[in-house]
Design a protein around this ligand. Structure first.
Ligand code: GLN
Length: 483
């Protein structure tokens, strides 16, 4: 499929449109559709217009080699700080907080003359799989408004799927880019841990969190990834050295690549047989393009979810300690300092966030840390080793992105464990730090299904090789349905 971003870029170069014109289209689409969808929490018309005008001046000046993202509108998950715009993380506890600085990913988008249209809805502090845990009400799925868009980057996924913006940034701690991408029929990339700076990203679970793009095509994801990735002196966990280009990989094809199919990813409890069948069909397409498909086994898959919910909640419980009514956002007055903490946190956090803080505090508490936290940390290493071993015999792993297609709003809200199980196929990559790309691969009952492509650490190029080859073949044979 032709890249949406490249196509807009060429139209801008040929003066067939302007950045301000693109912004107006985006704002009109938001006015038209977003009252129902609720994918945006904040639309920043004034700053976006100023950015669009600056980009138009660059185009008019005929500046050589303008970046591909120049003058093109985008949306940012409200978990990422943009200087001067409110940042809520989907939470009341950040009421009134306006960050005075840009996250590194935002600084990089701005260096590329991107136009930031606004901030998108999410589960509170990115904890969730449906965007229903947002303190500001849920986002709806553009395919069917009775359904969730997935989460936690549900606002970003819905905004791209409904064509409100050509691309958006999300964050992925346990699947929050890939699961909503799958539910909304768009492309989503979770980069290798450390490939993208976390500076200025509101922290949920720091050893898992990564930002990445949600786009309509695989090439668009490559363009945005290359713009935001790279070492950052302000985030000591970023990988050193330059980022290998992935754009060349888009044309490389899959001839001779060894694709591993982990049996456990198709057999986990709750994997809808129709979803599994759709993904197996995609594997057949890749085999037809000259890839070699092999069954592999990852026996630790079944414990990854438990490991994730111990470690991620433990990290969250410490990360969220900073919302104390003193430093950021909301403050509810009280008689004593303890009283201020209690009232601010008691009224500022929603039920899911409180549940995670309690779980994490328990997992770290004296007497239980060995049994839970340290045990989970050890199993995490074993899971990472299991991946590394699998990649000794295959180049890539493939699976469904989610066990089932988008579910109904309200369906899992009363049952946290069922909600957590929605990420059973996406959390293992965050546990291992591995990169993964989700590409639409068909539908079940008219709802999108995502193919998840998983690569060894640092091998985003392989994701794009497979993703682009598959997408090309699919658009030649099937076409793609728009919501
Ligand atoms: N749904 C998972 C959770 O609730 C993952 C969230 C995420 O990736 N941010 O923790």
């Amino acid at each position: 499929m032709p890249s949406v971003i490249r196509d807009l870029h060429e139209r801008l170069l040929r003066r067939e449109t302007t950045a301000e014109g693109l912004l107006d289209q985006s704002l009109a689409a938001i006015r038209d559709k977003d009252e129902t969808l609720h994918s945006f929490l904040h639309v920043a018309e004034d700053t976006a217009r100023a950015a669009a005008r600056r980009a138009d001046e660059e185009f008019q000046a005929g500046r050589e080699e303008l970046p591909l993202l120049a003058g093109i509108p985008c949306a940012i998950k409200d978990m990422i700080c943009v200087a001067g715009l409110p940042a809520t993380a989907g939470s009341r506890v950040l009421d009134g907080f306006v960050p005075p600085y840009d996250a590194t990913v935002i600084e990089r988008l701005k260096d590329h003359d991107a136009v930031i249209v606004g901030k998108t809805n999410l589960d509170e502090f990115a904890m969730g799989s449906s965007t229903e845990h947002s303190a500001f009400g849920p986002t709806r799925n553009p395919y069917d408004e009775a359904l969730v868009p997935g989460g936690s980057s549900g606002g970003s996924a819905a905004a791209v799927a409904a064509n409100l913006v050509p691309y958006a940034l999300g964050t992925d701690t346990g699947g929050s880019i890939r699961q909503p991408a799958s539910f909304c029929g768009v492309v989503g990339l979770k980069p290798t841990y450390g490939r993208v700076s976390r500076y200025g990203m509101i922290a949920f679970a720091s050893s898992f969190d990564q930002a990445g793009p949600l786009t309509r095509t695989v090439e668009d994801a490559a363009i945005v990834y290359e713009a935001i990735a790279g070492e950052d002196p302000r985030d000591g966990t970023t990988l050193p050295g330059s980022v290998p280009s992935v754009r060349a990989a888009l044309e490389a094809g899959v001839q001779g690549l060894r694709l591993g199919v982990p049996e456990e990813y198709f057999a986990e409890e709750g994997v809808d047989p129709n979803v599994a069948r759709t993904v197996r069909h995609a594997l057949g397409v890749l085999a037809g393009l000259g890839a070699e498909v092999r069954e592999v086994s990852l026996p630790l898959t079944g414990v990854a979810l438990a490991v994730y919910y111990i470690l991620a909640t433990a990290e969250a419980s410490t990360n969220l300690a900073r919302y104390d009514g003193v430093r950021f956002g909301r403050r509810v007055p009280g008689r004593t300092l303890d009283d201020v903490y209690r009232r601010t946190r008691g009224t500022g956090f929603g039920a899911e966030v409180k549940r995670r803080i309690l779980l994490g505090t328990f997992a770290l508490s004296a007497g239980y840390a060995d049994q839970y936290y340290r045990k989970a940390a050890a199993v995490r290493q074993a899971i990472a080793r299991e991946y590394a071993q699998a990649f000794e015999t295959v180049d890539i792993l493939l699976s469904p992105a989610t066990p089932e297609v988008a579910f109904r709003i309200g369906e899992k809200l009363q049952d946290p464990l069922r909600m957590y199980a929605s990420d059973i196929l996406s959390v293992p990559m965050n546990v291992a730090g591995a990169p993964a790309l989700v590409v639409p691969c068909g539908s079940v009952d008219g709802l999108p299904v995502g193919l998840q492509i998983i690569a060894p650490l640092g091998r985003e190029d392989l994701l794009f090789r497979v993703g682009a080859a598959y997408e090309r073949r699919r658009s030649e044979t099937e076409g793609k349905k728009d919501p």
